[in-house]
Design a protein. Structure first.
Length: 101
């Protein structure tokens, strides 16, 4: 058996991999910020859709009651998730502030 495949893999250094990674994806803080921004945008869009569904229910313009209820429930669930993430992030920040160096 030949070990050519393994030899080819071991020739790549860690610094080469890190250089390749930096070209492909932003750094940790920037990647987290982008994910957080997209999550907040998605929650906002769901909230807007939910508000429209509630307004349609109030005015009697709703075409499908089930779809309106699903939109409202989905927006509520996503908002609860976002609030829990915020609470966890604030707790982690406070814990870091209490950490002594």
């Amino acid at each position: 058996m030949s070990n050519n495949i393994i030899d080819g893999l071991s020739s790549t250094s860690t610094s080469d991999l890190l250089k390749q990674k930096s070209k492909v994806a932003p750094t940790g803080g920037e990647a987290f910020a982008e994910h957080l921004k997209s999550a907040i945008t998605e929650v906002n869009e769901l909230q807007v859709g939910s508000e429209k569904a509630v307004a349609d229910l109030a005015t009697g313009q709703v075409k499908d009651l089930h779809q309106a209820a699903m939109a409202i429930g989905k927006a509520e669930t996503n908002m609860k998730l976002m609030l829990e993430i915020r609470n966890k992030a604030l707790n982690a920040y406070k814990e870091l502030g209490r950490t002594q160096l």
